[in-house]
Write a protein that binds this ligand. Structure first.
Ligand SMILES: Cc1cc2nc3c(=O)[nH]c(=O)nc-3n(C[C@H](O)[C@H](O)[C@H](O)COP(=O)(O)O)c2cc1C
Length: 213
């Protein structure tokens, strides 16, 4: 598969370390629109990612029309609760523990997805190509961060998939992978809290820590 060469966009000038170390799930989004120029930079960055055999099976579906985002938001809300019921037995807001910041925030996003300025759905042209979809998705998230635009990688639930495909006339053979709302943050970016790499990295033998651990 061929393609085009692009110069790196001048506006993507955030230090790569700052972008990586402060990119986090931003679920509270301002309603301010995201411009065409910013979206193009983000999608160009996604297009430059590694992928199997340079076959580039990823396809992004960008939803910007207000009424389409609202309609999708209703399905996202249904999917979020379907997943919570399945995984945790939660069926209403009072079931979500108050101290669980991630799920409290994710529940808010389930309500507010309908108001996101932009929603991007990531697909692959054929099934089983997730590993060529997530490198582009990660580039997308980092490019958005570098432009000051917040994002969260989210998923859906089988209960709504048929209706999502119908809503946007998505061909049946393409596979859905994730859904990413974009918007300027109501909160702040990073820092994030993760396990030290010394705990998630083994050296030469399984379970052998690296020298810096
Ligand atoms: C595979 C995957 C699925 C995710 N699904 C959801 C989701 O459905 N809803 C949501 O709000 N966040 C979702 N997230 C975001 C994670 O909750 C988030 O990356 C994680 O809690 C770390 O958050 P932080 O970067 O703010 O520290 C998902 C992330 C990944 C990688």
């Amino acid at each position: 598969m061929t393609g085009i060469r692009l110069e790196p966009p001048a506006r993507l000038n955030m230090n790569i370390g700052e972008a990586m170390f402060t990119q986090r799930a931003i679920r509270r989004l301002k309603p301010d629109p995201i411009g065409d120029e910013e979206l193009k930079i983000i999608m160009d960055a996604a297009s430059k990612a590694p992928n199997g055999g340079n076959e580039q099976p990823v396809r992004f579906f960008v939803i910007r029309a207000r009424e389409k985002i609202r309609a999708f938001g209703a399905l996202y809300h249904e999917a979020w609760w379907a997943k919570r019921l399945e995984q945790r037995g939660w069926s209403k807001p009072e079931d979500v523990p108050k101290e669980d910041k991630v799920y409290q925030s994710a529940m808010l996003l389930a309500d507010e997805m309908r108001d996101a300025p932009v929603v991007i759905l990531a697909f692959s042209l054929a099934k089983g190509r997730a590993n060529s979809v997530f490198p582009p998705v990660q580039n997308l998230l980092l490019a958005a961060r570098a432009l000051g635009i917040g994002s969260t990688l989210t998923t859906l639930h089988p209960k709504v998939m048929e209706r999502v495909y119908e809503m946007f006339s998505i061909p049946g053979e393409v596979e859905f992978h994730c859904c990413i709302p974009l918007g300027y943050p109501r909160g702040r970016f990073g820092p994030t809290s993760r396990l030290p790499a010394g705990q998630t990295t083994f050296y030469d033998e399984w379970d052998h820590p690296p020298p810096w651990a």
